[in-house]
Write a protein that binds this ligand. Structure first.
Ligand code: PLP
Length: 403
């Protein structure tokens, strides 16, 4: 853990209208019902801090402390948020495909980045009870960090959430309930409890700090690539926190003078069975309508309605990227290829980014020589894998030719 360091937070800002809100008090959404963004005194930070200073620190999430909202070191609730590696997959993808393997973070997914920040801030601001809807991994990360911080949690998930997720939430101290509905319908129950004053609502983008944790993916990428950014990023998009966060990180790095104005093409990857952002992108709309009858094996991106839809669409368009929908079969094929050919076990959502990359390559949206980063957002070990039926009877003669 890092020493006490100055923080540079100046205020919070409505992501839609730009009006200011004070830092250091609890907030949910802005008065307009939109996500709040954390703003920093980047001019002062540029004078006080350098790329070399950041690089000289231990390679974890807290090396970015000056660009994060936690003021007091004692409020940080850490489980060891390491920097995740960039792993080439030369066989399963194109020539220069790198997987940022987020499955190595605490609780096995990149939700740890957002939740370590949100829970640390909730602790700093005196919260004692939190509720959240989840498709699985966010709930697991929340339960772990909140239990560690002594904060009670109520976590609602769709009834078909991956079994490993439901059980890890419970084991890590979360009061988890299966709900006969999708994540936004779980969110409606959480919102009602919030109105009744029962808890603080930690839903995606309904508080300002999960974005700040997720933006560290963008900060890390720039540092790992020698202070430049890749040609394209493929991000599995549910609520879009990570895509919005990385886009914000790039702006902050440019304001510090640490990178230039170039940006990667941002590809928002969704499943064909739940693709509200893709539909809005294709129609040129600013907001996405709710996707009815959402279904996909990639539970983490089964989000029918995203509060930050306009921020996702804006980043994707400004970057020159696209929103891409992939079929579940292509996702499963991609998982199988990456595991069997490159030895890297992806989660289904990570598989979706490889399937989308292949589609983008085939349709010419990226070139074979482009450096592309895919996000594998969770460890593949949490998800069902194809069964194996081969068995040997050691009491019978062994047919070695058949092994
Ligand atoms: C949450 C999650 C996503 C989507 O991330 P967002 O930033 O909310 O869009 C993708 N994959 C997995 C495995 C997840 O847990």
């Amino acid at each position: 853990m890092t020493a006490e360091r100055p923080t540079y937070v100046t205020h919070l800002e409505c992501s839609a209208r730009g009006e200011r809100y004070p830092a250091d008090t609890l907030h949910q959404l802005s008065r307009a019902g939109k996500p709040l963004l954390v703003r920093y005194d980047l001019a002062r930070l540029a004078r006080d801090w350098s790329r070399d200073d950041a690089e000289a620190r231990p390679a974890d999430l807290w090396r970015w402390r000056e660009l994060l909202p936690v003021r007091r070191t004692g409020d940080i609730v850490s489980l060891g948020e390491i920097e995740t590696p960039l792993i080439p997959i030369p066989r399963a993808g194109g020539a220069r495909v790198l997987v940022k393997d987020e499955g190595r973070l605490p609780t096995g997914s990149f939700k740890a980045r957002g939740l370590v920040m949100a829970v640390s801030m909730a602790k700093a601001l005196g919260v004692t009870r939190i509720a959240m809807p989840t498709n699985g991994n966010a709930g697991a990360a929340l339960a772990a960090y909140a239990s560690r911080a002594g904060i009670e949690t109520v976590i609602l998930c769709p009834e078909d959430t991956p079994e490993a997720n439901v059980r890890e939430i419970a084991l890590q101290g979360g009061r988890v309930w299966r709900v006969n509905g999708l994540i936004d319908e779980c969110g409606a129950i959480v919102a009602e409890g919030t109105r009744q004053g029962r808890w603080f609502d930690l839903s995606t983008l309904k508080e300002p700090y999960r974005i700040e944790g997720k933006k560290t993916m963008g900060l890390e990428l720039a540092l790992q690539l020698g202070w430049r950014l890749p040609d394209a990023i493929f991000y599995p998009t549910g609520g879009g926190t990570g895509l919005i966060g990385m886009w914000k990180a790039f702006d902050e790095l440019e304001a510090l003078g640490w990178i230039g104005p170039e940006r990667p093409k941002m590809f928002a990857v969704q499943a064909a069975g739940c693709a509200p952002i893709v539909k809005a992108f294709d129609e040129g709309a600013d907001h996405a309508e709710r996707w009815e009858n959402a279904h996909t094996i990639a539970a983490g991106i089964r989000v029918p309605k995203a509060l930050g839809d306009f921020l996702i669409l804006d980043a994707v368009r400004k970057s020159g990227g696209r929103a891409i929908a992939v079929e579940d079969e292509a996702t499963l094929q991609a998982v199988s290829d990456a595991a069997g050919q490159d030895g890297l076990l992806l989660c289904p959502e990570g598989g979706a980014t490889l399937a989308a990359y292949r589609q983008a390559l085939a349709e010419g949206w990226v070139g074979a020589g482009n450096e592309c980063v895919l996000f594998n957002c969770a460890t593949g070990l949490k998800y069902p894998m194809p069964s194996v039926t081969r068995a040997l009877d050691r009491h019978q003669p062994i047919d070695f030719d058949a092994l």
